[in-house]
Design a protein around this ligand. Sequence first.
Ligand SMILES: [Zn+2]
Length: 438
Amino acid sequence: MALTHEQKVTLDKLVSLCKRRGFVYQSAEIYGGINGVYDFGHLGTLLKRNLRSTWLSSLSEVPGEIILFEGALLGPYALWKASGHVDHFADQMVECRDCKHRFRIDEIDLEKACPHCGKKNWSEVRQFNMMFQTQIGAVQDQKSIAYLRPETAQEIFVNFKNVITTNRLKLPFGIAQIGKAFRNEITPKQFLFRMREFEQMELEWFCKEENAKKHFEFWKDNRFNFYLSIGIKKENLRLRYHEPTELAHYSTCCTDVEYHFPFGWKELEGIAHRGNYDLSQHIKHSGKDLSIYDEETKKSIVPTVIECSVGVDRLFLTVLFDAYDEDTIEGESRVVLKLSPKLAPIKAAFFPLTKKQNEPMYKIYEAIKNKGFIVQFDESGSIGKRYRRNDEIGTPYCFTYDFESDSDKKVTARDRDTTKQERIAIDQIELFLEKKLI
Ligand SMILES: [Zn+2]
């Protein structure tokens, strides 16, 4: 019986593929690594870059103005005090007194023994603030305390006046940001799913409170459709509406786009109505005006925020899970990443059939590379091996220069998903790729 997608793709297989092919490495592995911190190799870096640019271009297609922002990673004590993170950004934690392992209270049954050492000797429950604290300058006092940001949004709120003034913005509008954030997770897990250092892509959409519900609905649908547009299977996606008891006290509605990971349905992106809580908090704590003048009502208002937030790394994991497949081609089993061509790190590979065809094929490869395509030249091993190597990293097309190419000026183009081959004219390769890679 054929295996289902869920049976084929496991976290272990994906972690191993990522390491084997240079997508993701454990950070500082030769020193034992840091749990929940990863480095990205060549293919991983290319895939991340494609995820970011696809996200940005999806935003450029919506009505209304969206401008870009890139905030600092370090923020002063006062900022994170005002935002509520110093006092409230904490997990409840217990420690096993015997083996010193720490657990989040929501992932452990205190009636039972420690899953790590089998003894039952729990500490009292403690609050554990998840921000990474550091200090700025040589003097150590409360004024020198700074934090690595646990979310990207706050600097947008703190800079709200500067941003609207310099860009002459009118409601509604959006501010988009891609950048790193840091959380000292007690138990980072599931590879890229929950990391201590990660990257967010966030849109803060500012609007009037009376229209907020309408905007919220728009963004919920827009974000769901974004995932379909990058090729994620519809049956692996769903929307989950938060119960009133799950909402932050300032939020009136929140919906998650969830993905069906091998370890269950989990949040991929959150779409949250944040009210005007953040701006109001910073107005209160800084004493500065962060309102916007509304031409229509001739009043200054503190706008409502709809936030759409997704982790680049979590999306990275999602697209790999979704694209991963195993099948059998001419009696030989293969691993294939059926990534959307938009996301594939390498767009095409160029093979000479034998050493004799190296020179003409290399010239074709160079010409395509010089047009700005991310492509590779692969001359080692049998053609079958070269196909498998490229299937495994999601390369949508492979071109082979063979014995007839000199005379008919054509190469073989092979499709990753169907493995079908067609002969195309050498001078048509660029056009072929342009059409297929949209
Ligand atoms: Zn223990």
